[in-house]
Design a protein around this ligand. Structure first.
Ligand SMILES: Cc1cc2nc3c(=O)[nH]c(=O)nc-3n(C[C@H](O)[C@H](O)[C@H](O)COP(=O)(O)OP(=O)(O)OC[C@H]3O[C@@H](n4cnc5c(N)ncnc54)[C@H](O)[C@@H]3O)c2cc1C
Length: 294
């Protein structure tokens, strides 16, 4: 049984912030509720008021970004994101990663903003957002703020959001080149499960290869050292070196889902595999169209 709480549907960004500030520690923003309501049910959280963000204009919309790219409303359900033509065409890695979240029923409600605001190190959309160098547009007491995704995650369950501030949109800048991305997620069951290790690789036509990891550090991380190794060399030796760099960079914990040692081993194996698949996909011409013409 759920403990009682008040429910308020905010009609504007200003109203949402106002309600959150007034509620203080007893308030929680609500998007899809797939995480929040489970936590309330399990008595991990006991909020007094839930502030539903879905009534705010634009918060469930996907639209072109001025100057190229896409703007995704934070409360956009993952299934809408996955099936959006511009997302599939220009940001296939994000669509692929979002598709691994939970089940179809979960993805019908779970939002992109909720996935990152949870700040789980295993959040499946986070590695892709790191590689697309997304910008998080927030709304708080001082109005709009823009936070690079690389500065958004502060630790397990912690973000750069301040009191009363929420994620309004996620901006995906235009990629100037054709790209191909791969997301590899290792879970315990292969079905509805959080990742034990996840790896995203994005190969760009100009020669750049980007790599990010999930579930193996306090936050999702981008591995710049591996990317530097692959800047001018993409042979098997370089891929193995880059994967070893990813393993060195990872700092996983042991928990009920996997040991630290297994996570390290799998980080290296999956990194090599993801890099190889991204490079092969790009070479085969399967890459996304230019992100600035989604
Ligand atoms: C069975 C099951 C399977 C799951 N599998 C996965 C999985 O495979 N991968 C994965 O990554 N996650 C998984 N999850 C977790 C969860 O479904 C996702 O993280 C989802 O994207 C959360 O989005 P939501 O809209 O439902 O968030 P909510 O539950 O509404 O909110 C989650 C948290 O974020 C806050 N929040 C929500 N929106 C905003 C916003 N715009 N600004 C600021 N704060 C906000 C809320 O206050 C709350 O603290 C699973 C959950 C369940 C129950």
């Amino acid at each position: 049984m759920l403990l009682p709480f008040d429910y308020v549907r905010a009609r504007s960004r200003e109203e949402a912030v106002d309600l959150a500030i007034r509620a203080g520690a007893g308030g929680r923003f609500l998007a899809g509720g797939t995480d929040l309501l489970v936590r309330i049910h399990d008595r991990q959280l006991r909020p007094q008021v839930l502030i539903d963000l879905k009534g705010i204009v634009g918060i469930q919309a996907v639209s072109p970004r001025a100057g190229g790219g896409l703007v995704v409303g934070a409360a956009t359900p993952l299934n809408r994101l996955i099936s959006h033509e511009a997302v599939r065409a220009g940001y296939g890695l994000l669509a692929e990663a979002a598709h691994t979240v939970g089940s179809v029923q979960i993805r019908n409600r779970a939002s992109l903003g909720g996935n990152i605001s949870n700040a789980s190190p295993a959040a499946d959309t986070a590695p892709a957002l790191l590689l697309y160098e997304a910008e998080i547009v927030t709304w708080g007491q001082a109005g709009e703020r823009r936070i690079p995704i690389s500065e958004f995650f502060k630790g397990p369950g912690a973000t750069a959001l301040s009191a009363g501030e929420f994620v309004f949109q996620v901006e995906l800048p235009a990629l100037k080149e054709r790209s191909f991305g791969t997301y590899l997620k290792l879970g315990r069951t292969g079905a509805v499960d959080l990742s034990i290790v996840s790896v995203a690789a994005l190969a760009l036509e100009g020669g750049e290869v980007r790599l990010a990891l999930g579930a193996v550090a306090p936050t999702p991380v981008r591995v710049r050292e591996a990317e530097a190794i692959l800047r001018n060399r993409k042979d098997q030796h370089a891929i193995r070196e880059a994967a070893a760099a990813a393993r060195r960079f990872a700092e996983p914990i042991s928990d009920i889902r996997a040991s630290k040692e297994y996570r390290l081993e799998m980080t290296e194996v999956l990194s090599a595999r993801a890099i190889e698949q991204a490079l092969r996909g790009l070479e085969a011409g399967a890459g996304a169209r230019r992100g600035d013409r989604p």
